[in-house]
Design a protein around this ligand. Structure first.
Ligand SMILES: Cc1cc2nc3c(=O)[nH]c(=O)nc-3n(C[C@H](O)[C@H](O)[C@H](O)COP(=O)(O)OP(=O)(O)OC[C@H]3O[C@@H](n4cnc5c(N)ncnc54)[C@H](O)[C@@H]3O)c2cc1C
Length: 433
């Protein structure tokens, strides 16, 4: 009987060390992020990165032959829970998005030459990458509608299209572009992935799109989301990443584990917000007592703890399923945690912000930034509605409308059937009366 919620002691030591180093060496740097340039900030992180490498935890999401640990999703999930507590922590551990996901794609589908040219420099931190799929004109939640086209012309592919929200697109050295190669193929076999160096003629970075997370106009900063036009972009045949028509298949291999990591990082953010909620409720007094003595605030604390525990168990269970049965087997669980986890993040941060009043709304606390971050979680990597729909469809496959048009549990019908089934017993038990 294996039903174990414990972490093996050697790995727990890693987690304890990570928690300590992230809290003591990374959290303080967050407060300097406005006065330091990005490169300066990264240089300030270098001593921690060194320690992470020495401990063998750098880019742990990758397989050992690429310098990772091949930990599997449960362990990675537990690590991401700690990394999620700070937007800077993933950079200290060599698994910041989108480079981490792109390195997984390259490791999975890249040829030896592509790995040499793009993957190893990416892992060494010498180049940056972006993933360019979403288009302003088509619904990102239904990528089978993609319009960006790649057409074969002799030994080259010619790419034309319009993308936006390509995170880090304006500072990337290369872009992984999703484009339709065969519009007549089955829906999920129409698109392919291409590696496009950012300086290829025809690649035009139109702008960095200001967002809720970064509302100010800025250009070429880490974490920005670029609008990009691809006009008559010619790349050689070997720019194709993976097989022709395998774009969605490769994306799926990347997105499923990525959702575990997202959900665990959201729990890290939620936990930090929750700690602020609890601490401030004990500090602030209003109407004759501390806020912690108000029933509403107690409800927030209890509800948040319950939601976080539920999301954590669900996410680790999805990770365990992936580790034991493969990526595809956890489809339903991944969809469940994606929308449930995003909702938990939102609710916990919202309550923590509310309890702080105007202090929570101000940038004197990190809560307003967490709140803006939390809002995007409900639609990137698939909007809540799409994941709910997917879960419901999978569940409904196990049901069918009852023959005869009467619900299976209809009491009068069941009573009639029970009378028939137990007629002899009924006669016996009632004849004694
Ligand atoms: C912070 C951030 C980073 C991102 N990074 C990248 C990146 O690096 N690369 C990239 O390619 N993209 C990126 N994206 C884009 C992201 O993947 C898309 O926003 C997402 O796929 C949704 O697509 P859309 O915005 O076109 O919304 P749409 O698909 O147009 O959906 C809009 C809304 O329609 C509703 N909806 C959709 N389908 C259904 C349904 N079946 N039932 C009911 N309602 C429905 C939902 O409410 C949804 O929010 C990023 C987005 C954000 C916010």
């Amino acid at each position: 009987m294996a039903w174990d919620f414990s972490t093996e002691p050697e790995f727990q030591e890693h987690l304890d060390w990570m928690r300590e180093v992230v809290r003591e060496e990374v959290w303080p740097l967050e407060t300097l992020s406005h006065e330091l340039e990005w490169d300066q900030l990264m240089r300030a992180l270098a001593p921690v990165q060194e320690q992470v490498r020495e401990r063998g935890l750098w880019a742990a999401h990758l397989e050992p032959e690429l310098g990772g640990q091949g930990f599997g999703q449960v362990k990675l999930g537990l690590m991401h829970e700690i990394l999620g507590t700070s937007p800077l922590a993933p950079f200290a551990f060599g698994n910041a998005a989108p480079d981490s996901g792109n390195s997984e794609i390259l490791a999975l589908a890249g040829t030896p030459e592509q790995k040499e040219r793009y993957l190893y420099p990416l892992l060494a931190g010498d180049v940056r990458s972006a993933f360019s799929m979403t288009e302003p004109e088509t619904a990102g939640s239904d990528p089978t509608q993609l319009r960006t086209r790649a057409v074969k012309d002799g030994d080259e592919w010619v790419i034309d299209g319009h993308k936006w929200f390509s995170s880090n697109g304006s500072i990337a050295d290369f872009l992984i572009v999703m484009a339709v190669t065969d519009p007549e193929a089955r829906r999920y076999q129409r698109a392919s992935m291409f590696i496009v160096p950012a300086d290829t003629p025809g690649v035009e970075i139109v702008r960095d799109v200001p967002t809720m997370e970064h509302p100010w106009e800025s250009w070429a900063k880490y974490g920005n989301h670029a609008e990009i036009r691809y006009q008559d972009v010619r790349v050689p045949a070997d720019a194709l990443l993976g097989a022709e028509g395998a774009g969605f298949l490769i994306a799926q291999q990347r997105l499923y584990p990525g959702r575990i990591h997202h959900c665990m990082r959201w729990l890290g953010v939620s936990r930090r917000a929750f700690d602020m909620l609890c601490e401030y409720s004990l500090l602030r007094e209003a109407h004759g007592s501390t806020l912690s003595e108000k029933q509403t605030v107690q409800n927030w604390i209890a509800d948040s703890a319950a939601q976080m525990d539920a999301a954590r168990l669900m996410t680790l269970h999805a990770a365990w399923k992936m580790d034991t049965e493969g990526v595809g087997a956890a489809r339903r669980e991944i969809s469940l945690i994606k929308f449930f986890g995003a909702g938990v993040l939102h609710d916990v941060v919202d309550r923590a912000l509310q309890v702080h009043g105007s202090l929570g709304y101000s940038t004197d606390m990190p809560l307003e930034a967490m709140y803006r971050y939390a809002r995007g979680a409900r639609f990137y990597d698939g909007p809540d509605e799409v994941h709910r729909e997917s879960v419901a469809r999978q569940i409904l496959r196990g049901y069918e409308a009852p023959a005869g048009g009467v619900p299976t549990e209809h009491v009068p019908t069941r009573r009639e059937a029970a009378r028939e089934k137990f007629a002899h017993l009924l006669e016996a038990v009632t004849s004694n009366d």
